[in-house]
Design a protein around this ligand. Sequence first.
Ligand code: AMP
Length: 420
Amino acid sequence: MITALRGTADILPPATALWQFAEHTARDLFARYGYAEIRTPVFEQTELFVRSIGDTTDIVEKEMYTFADKKGRSLTLRPEGTACVVRACLEHKLFAQARVQKYYYLGPMFRYERPQAGRQRQFHQIGVELFGSYSPLADAEVISLMVRFFEAAGISGLSVNINSLGDADSRAAYRDLLREFIEPKAGQLCPDCQRRIERNVLRVLDCKVPLCKEALEAPGMPTTVSALSGPARAHYQRVLESLTAMGIPFREDARLVRGLDYYTHTIFEVTHTALGAQDAMGGGGRYDGLIEQMGGPATGGVGFALGVERLVIALQHVARKAQQAAKTVYLVSCDEPALAENLVLADALRRAGITALAGYEQQSMKAQLRHANAAGARWAVIRGSDERAQGAVRLKNMETGDEALVPTVALVEKLRETGR
Ligand code: AMP
C-alpha cells in the first residue's frame, strides 16, 4: 500500500470543518482590517529564500526542500510566505500603487524537520504582511490582529511574547556583545554554530542543538534590549504602549529570537499551553530592510504567520463543534416512493440555503434516525403514505423528540422560522 510521506498528513472530515472555520474566520477578520488575499506559487527559485531568510539560518542550511528541475535550475518548495509575497509585489510593481499595502495568504509551507506532534514537513500557514509604514503603530496593529484572530476563533489561554532587535545600529552592537559572550564557549557549540560565530552570530540563538542551548543559559548572556539605540528603544516603547491601550496583554521576553535574518525592531510570538513542546501558535515581526535588499524601494514592513495545524489542535482542545452539523435537516423515507420525493425536497431545501441530507436506499426508520443523529441533524423530516395523503411531512425535533405535521409547501418557511 502506498502511504502519505512522513511529515505530511491527510486532513479528513470532521477536522476539515475546523480548517474551513479557521480559514473563514481569517478571511472575514482580515478584510475588516483592509487586507486583500494574495496567492503565490508553492515553489520558487532557491535564491529567493537564501537571500531573504539568510544563508546561515537553520531553515536555509537544514530544512529546505530544494531540488533541480529537468533543466537543472535549483528550485525550492516555499518554507515561508513573506519572501514570496515580497517577490510577487516587486514583480508586479505593487509597491508603486499605494503607500500602504496589506496582503494576507493561506497555504502549505514545506520544511524538512523532524516530525512530531504539531510539527510537520508540509504544514499550513495563515499570514499577513503590511508594507509601507515604519510606524510602531503598524507593529501594534499587526500584533493586535493576530490576537483578535485567535479570539475570534474562540481560543483563549494565549500568551503574547514580545522583544525588540532594534535597528541596524542596535543589532551591530548586540552582535558584538553576543560574540564576546559566546566566543569563550565556542568549544561547546555544534560545528554549525562554531561557523556562525564569525559569519552570523545571531543565528546561534535559535540553534535547536541541546549543547548550544545550554551554552546560552550561562549567566551574563546579553539581551537584545540592552543593546537598543535611543530611536529603537523609543519605537519599542510605542509598540508596548499601543498594545496596552488596546488592552492586549503581553509579556516582554528578552530571550525571544526568530530564526530568520530579515527581522528588525519588534518580534513576537504567540504560544498556547494546549500545544505541549511545540507551543508556538504563530509569530512575526518587522522587517524594514527586506524589500530594499530584494531590489525594491526602501519600504517598512511588518507581518505574522500562524500555523493552521496547531490552531486546529487548539480548536479541538476547546472542543469547539463544527457549526455545520447543527443546521442539518435529515430526510427520512418510510416507503420507496418517498425516497424519490425526498430527493426533490432536499433539492428545494438546499436551494433555500438549508443543509439537507437523505439516503438513497430504503432502510428502517430506526437506521435512518441513527444516520440523522450521526450527522448531528437538528431536524428529521419524515414522510410516507400517511403524510403523502395529506400533502405534508412530519417534522421531528431531534433534540426534544417533538413531532408536528407541516404542509410540504410550508416546510422551508417553517425551518427558516426556527432559525435553521
Ligand atoms: P515561524 O515563522 O517559523 O515561527 O512559523 C510560524 C508558525 O508556523 C509557527 O508558530 C507554527 O505555528 C507554524 N509552524 C512552523 N513550522 C512548522 C512545522 N514544521 N509544522 C507545523 N507548524 C509549523
